[in-house]
Design a protein around this ligand. Structure first.
Ligand code: ATP
Ligand code: MG
Length: 425
């Protein structure tokens, strides 16, 4: 029997995992700057949470969930997205009662969706997202968008486009919905079966259909902005004004509707405009979800958030030709010859590590040449050599691998030298 990684999943090997760690640390650093704090929710939740919060007409709920019955006969689902669990936790832990509002949270971890595998689309993928719950100020919409863009900018991405729209409040959405039904109903038999069932349940989702997006009625469909009431339009203007104030460019796309049911008012996506990026260009999606806390049994608390996947961020870097190649190197490799030297070397490696120097040594009793090769492969900045002579004299040879210079010195001097050079970068 040959075991393989499940379809749509991947092993992140050491040649790549350091990049994931770097993305994660960028995300954490940016969240710290904006004062968003981490929340960790379970990998699985009651199925009902997602059918309720995400919406049972969405692709996620209809086709993509990993749902199973646990041994107690309860229906559980591996989380397909992060907002519903975070809002569940917000309600359950009565975070609306926290003295400090809005509550600003971030999460990072695996999500699961039974999708058709293609580039940038996995069945297990890692999402980073933020949720700001407890404020209906347009400023926080702009803050959340700025945060997402900062993450991409720090990662080195430049070819980005922010697309934004307003879905309006309930009144606006109802007016738009009626117009949509009137528009599509006479021709609904020309659409896919999903769209046919969406017509009654959530006609807005027809606009987001991946099968029928070429149908002529799509282009002529009633557009949301024309149905925004004054309050919603004013809110949207304020969001845009805040983006303008901090110099964030955007494109208003009246056809942008997000795939999840819970959005209202602001909806946005950040896309890669890089030529090298394939069919999928969306890196990040987000929006406002006033009413979601009530939907899952809590008090009113307006929220906004976004989610982005690390997979697509790394793909975008590649597409722009900006993949990271500067894998953190090894500071020092200790080469030893002979038993006594080996014991000394082992102790030295530990001393180096305690001094904050990344250090490694040979564990295969290789000859000098083999050990030097290993140091090369690990891209060690320094090699410390301890042979029989060095043991006898109580010294080591410190070799700078970049310049080739070699000096004899004491253990302590070698450690101090490397630590100092490392500090100076
Ligand atoms: P798409 O239209 O590409 O299916 P979506 O609307 O389902 O995206 P969201 O639920 O908004 O995506 O998720 C937010 C972000 O998470 C996406 O913009 C994308 O970066 C990422 N993402 C979504 N699904 C996947 C996946 N299967 N594999 C990798 N990343 C994903
Ligand atoms: Mg999707």
């Amino acid at each position: 029997m040959n075991y393989k990684v499940p379809r749509g999943t991947q092993d992140i090997l050491p040649s790549e995992s350091w990049k994931w760690q770097r993305v994660e640390s960028i995300m954490r650093d940016v969240c710290q700057l904006y004062r968003y704090e981490e929340i960790r929710t379970p990998i699985f939740e009651q199925t009902e949470l997602f059918t309720r919060a995400v919406g049972d007409t969405t692709d996620i709920v209809q086709k993509e969930m990993y749902t199973f019955e646990d041994r107690g006969g309860r229906s559980m689902t591996l989380r397909p997205e992060g907002t519903a669990p975070v809002v569940r936790s917000f309600v359950e832990n009565k975070m609306h009662g926290y003295p400090d509002q809005p509550v600003k949270l971030f999460y990072e971890g695996p999500m699961f969706r039974y999708e058709r595998q293609q580039a940038g689309r996995y069945r297990q993928f890692v999402q980073f997202g933020v949720e700001a719950i407890g404020s209906a100020s347009p400023a926080i919409d702009a803050e959340v968008i700025a945060l997402a863009l900062d993450v991409y900018e720090r990662a080195g991405l430049e070819e980005l486009k922010l697309v934004i729209n307003s879905l309006g409040d309930t009144e606006s959405r109802t007016a738009h919905r009626e117009a949509l039904v009137a528009h599509f109903e006479p021709h609904i038999e020309e659409f896919c079966s999903d769209c046919q069932s969406r017509l009654a349940k959530n006609p807005l989702r027809i606009l987001d259909c991946k099968k029928d997006h070429e149908h002529p009625l799509m282009a002529s469909a009633p557009e949301l902005p024309d149905y925004l009431n004054e309050e919603s339009a004013a809110y949207f203007r304020e969001v845009l004004a805040h983006l303008d104030a901090v110099g964030i460019d955007y494109v208003v796309d009246p056809n942008l509707v997000r795939g999840l049911d819970y959005y209202n008012h602001t909806a946005f996506e950040i896309m890669s405009t890089s030529d090298g990026f394939g069919a999928i260009t969306t890196l990040c999606g987000g929006g406002r979800y006033n009413g979601l806390t009530e939907e899952i049994g809590g008090p009113p608390a307006p929220g906004i958030g976004f989610a982005m996947s690390i997979e697509r961020l790394l793909l975008a870097l590649e597409a722009e030709g900006k993949e990271w190649t500067d894998k953190p190197a090894l500071d020092a490799y200790v080469v030893t010859l002979g038993e006594e030297a080996e014991a000394k070397g082992f102790a030295l490696v530990q001393q180096l590590r305690r001094a904050g120097v990344t250090a490694d040594t040979d564990f295969l009793h290789r000859k000098m040449k083999g050990q030097m090769k290993s140091a090369d492969r690990k891209q060690a900045s320094y090699v410390i050599i301890i042979g029989e002579d060095e043991v006898a004299k109580g010294v080591v040879q410190l070799k700078n691998m970049e310049t080739g210079e070699q000096h004899e010195m004491t253990n302590d001097d070698a450690i101090a030298h490397i630590a100092q050079m490392k500090k100076e970068g």
